[in-house]
Design a protein around this ligand. Structure first.
Ligand SMILES: [Fe+2]
Ligand SMILES: [Fe+2]
Length: 246
């Protein structure tokens, strides 16, 4: 099918506009002063679900001893998006969030959380290497499943520790305004690292459901969440559909 130049131009415009709104924010407006922990909870949910989805997809393939070639491209996009969001989120914490906390709270020690990031990253890199092949074997799938399991164990420990630290030690000493400003900064930083938006944005939105999705997308323009992502970008992300909540 021939796509007109005008249509191509409008599609690239939508992609460019949409890219400006990819939210890897760590603060959300809530009725109380728990802006940071609400934001962290949502983005951590986005990062947690794909680990379980990935493991159970591979388990199924291993049990039937068959590689799912039909969905492999979608699986690749899904896992690559996970790794990109993972890196973007941690980079924002290392470069902006932790230094801000250290500056505000004398004697604060984030060495354990930083060390956990450093342990998680080589695993994520390995997963990316193993998944980005055109013709995977069942042995590849076994290796990826093991790496995902290892990542999940470390991630759950890190996530719980970080959420506890932010909720109990950080939030009580930061004003609502400070929390929102910090979240905005981290969000802006995350946007610059979330590429391609045509995969990352649907990955973020459709790994959440119900009130979590509503809250997460509450500041996105209507046209982006109801038209650009589900309609205009659909061809770009629909291979990931079997792994998303759509
Ligand atoms: Fe985090
Ligand atoms: Fe972290």
């Amino acid at each position: 099918m021939k796509i007109s130049r005008r249509r191509m131009l409008s599609q690239s415009l939508y992609i460019a506009i949409g890219s400006l709104f990819v939210p890897i924010s760590t603060s959300f407006a809530t009725s109380n002063s728990k802006h940071l922990s609400k934001g962290l909870d949502l983005i951590h949910k986005v990062l947690s679900r794909p680990l379980d989805v990935g493991i159970s997809h591979l388990e199924k393939c291993l049990i039937s001893n068959k590689v799912d070639i039909e969905n492999h491209d979608g699986f690749k996009d899904y896992i690559n998006s996970l790794v990109n969001v993972f890196f973007g989120h941690h980079h924002g914490e290392d470069e902006i969030m932790f230094p801000t906390f250290e500056e505000k709270i004398k004697g604060a020690d984030f060495s354990k959380l930083k060390k956990q990031h450093k342990e998680l990253h080589p695993l994520a890199e390995k997963i990316k290497d193993k998944v980005n092949i055109d013709i995977p074997t069942i042995d590849n799938y076994r290796e990826i499943r093991e790496l995902l399991k290892e990542t999940k164990d470390l991630w759950v420990e890190h996530r719980d520790e970080e959420e506890k630290t932010v909720e109990l030690d950080i939030e009580p000493v930061l004003s609502s305004k400070e929390q929102i400003e910090l979240g905005e900064k981290v969000g802006k930083h995350g946007r610059s690292m979330s590429k391609p938006a045509t995969l990352v944005l649907p990955f973020l939105i459709y790994n959440l459901e119900g009130s979590d999705r509503e809250e997460f997308t509450s500041r996105m323009p209507w046209i982006l969440k109801k038209f650009v992502v589900p309609v205009i970008w659909k061809k770009k992300w629909e291979k990931m559909k079997p792994f998303l909540l759509v």
